[in-house]
Design a protein around this ligand. Structure first.
Ligand code: 5AD
Ligand code: SF4
Length: 471
């Protein structure tokens, strides 16, 4: 089937599904936003190969699981899921099951030996080979491709954005990671760092705008390392190019790396209203001992310097982070330094994890995982407790403020309510009807929890009376 460039994702899916004889693909995605973006590429590749798309794995001919290896519990969850999906294969033996992503890359053939129901293994750089792998599997062979690439493998492919939310879209700009943090499996599963041609990125942004999306997130394991043609375009330059495309398109990015996060990027953010005032800057730990042992390449003081630069240049910028509790040989003293750093920064949000040794990493090879499970759990609880307090404090500061909110959907808890996010990436819930989805509304914040802001849309009259009251 020929797919014309100007077709929207919905049109591509509808056309593919018109063919009654087409085999059906179902994809389940775990892990990071990069995996979500990659699954969209896989849809595109497989639709082009003649597949139709389904949301129901019970009627799928090809079930693909896009996997994550970042922590052991992510892998266990997927192995459990495989048991359930395996039942489908028992009742319909013709169904093919494929493992994509980081677990495929990390475990390779071993995964096929351990999980007998798996037919296809495709690492993050092998998705162009999927039609061939599927054909091999159909002929009864186990099909594996886990080659990693030095080039951006998918620059020219237009992802098929299948999500129900037609408001926000992902665009990948770099792949892989060269940082080699001691605890992290990603350099092994996603290979060397490489940047995508800016022309193809800008073309994809145009497509996204013409499809009616209102927000994009530029994605990479380390977006700050974006570098096209030996410095011809760096991340700050790319961010500016994307931001000026359309002032109504919100622009976000993830993930930044403290060592590489430049003042130039902060300056571009401050100069463009539509670049969201939100930075995710993973710190991992607060003590210099731990940072060194993690091979992060920066100190606590240096990190705090980056935070100061952000807060000085963009006073209303929200900041979130990732934290690991109980890394190798972490003492109570080290842990307390993580807690004090959290207080010092005053994070608006954090993703918090227990250290999980990943086979093959520098840490797993060289340092014993010697913090007891009990201490890890307690330290993680203390970290979560502090973040809970900080998030609440941050949200309380937003009471009585009015934010421009991009409406993303209907609140899970009530059909009568909508939710969206402000520039700072905070979720705001308010009464409203679904015709507002994809529009910007001004919301006055009247209440909050530590996780969510609550409010209502302000009409101009409300706004004027509020201003008048203040006067
Ligand atoms: N154990 C626990 N957390 C980890 N992360 C990465 N590797 C590990 C690991 N081995 C966390 C880091 C990273 C986030 C994506 O996952 O905090 O920033
Ligand atoms: Fe998980 Fe990291 Fe792979 Fe993303 S890149 S899927 S977070 S292991």
């Amino acid at each position: 089937m020929e797919i014309k460039k100007y077709m929207s994702s919905d049109e591509k899916i509808a056309l593919a599904n018109l063919n009654p004889g087409a085999k059906k693909i179902f994809i389940e995605t775990y892990g990071c936003q990069m995996n979500v973006a990659d699954s969209e590429l896989v849809y595109s590749i497989m639709i082009e190969d003649g597949f139709a798309v389904t949301d129901d794995y019970n009627i799928a001919d090809l079930i693909l699981i896009n996997t994550c290896s970042v922590r052991d519990n992510a892998e266990q969850k997927i192995r459990n899921r495989l048991k359930v999906l395996g039942l489908v294969k028992r009742s319909r033996p013709g169904v093919l099951i494929g493992i994509l992503g980081c677990m495929a890359e990390r475990l390779k053939e071993q995964l096929i030996e351990e999980e007998k129901l798996v037919d296809i293994i495709a690492g993050p750089d092998s998705y162009r080979a999927l039609p061939k792998l599927v054909a091999e599997a159909e002929s009864g062979q186990k099909a594996i491709n886990v080659l990693l690439s030095r080039e951006e493998t998918y620059a020219e492919i237009s992802p098929v954005r299948k999500s129900k939310n037609k408001v926000t879209a992902f665009v990948s700009i770099t792949r892989g990671c060269d940082n080699m943090c001691a605890f992290c499996v990603v350099p092994f599963t996603r290979g060397r760092e490489r940047s995508r041609n800016p022309e193809t990125i800008l073309r994809e942004v145009d497509e996204i705008i013409s499809e009616g999306f209102k927000e994009i997130t530029l994605l990479g394991q380390n977006v700050d390392k974006y570098n096209w043609n030996n410095g011809e375009v760096n991340f700050a330059g790319l961010l500016r190019m994307v931001a000026i495309k359309n002032p109504n398109l919100r622009v976000r990015f993830s993930t930044s790396y403290p060592q590489d996060f430049t003042d130039e990027v902060i300056k571009v953010m401050s100069e463009h209203e539509n670049i969201c005032k939100y930075i995710h800057l993973p710190v991992q730990a607060g003590s210099n001992n731990m940072l060194e042992k993690m091979r992060r390449g920066y100190t606590r003081e240096w990190y705090l310097g980056r935070i100061k630069a952000i807060k000085t240049m963009i006073p209303d910028c929200a900041i979130s982070t990732d934290i690991i509790a109980g890394y190798c040989s972490e003492t109570e003293e080290d842990h307390k330094e993580t807690l004090s750093l959290m207080e010092e920064v005053g994070y608006d949000y954090a993703y918090m994890f227990k250290y999980s040794p990943r086979p093959g990493t520098y840490a797993a090879n060289n340092f014993p995982d010697d913090v007891s499970e009990e201490d890890k759990s307690r330290r993680l609880s203390e970290i979560i407790e502090i973040q809970h307090k900080l998030s609440l404090e941050s949200n309380l500061k937003d009471l009585n403020k009015i934010f421009s909110v991009l409406v993303e959907g209907i609140s899970k808890k009530s059909d009568e309510r909508l939710f969206g996010r402000n520039s700072q990436n905070k979720v705001i819930v308010f009464p409203g009807k679904d015709f507002r989805i994809g529009t910007y509304v001004n919301v006055l914040v009247t209440d909050c929890t530590s996780a969510t802001l609550l409010g209502h849309i302000t009409s101009e009259d409300d706004l004027i009376s509020k201003i008048n009251k203040k006067i």
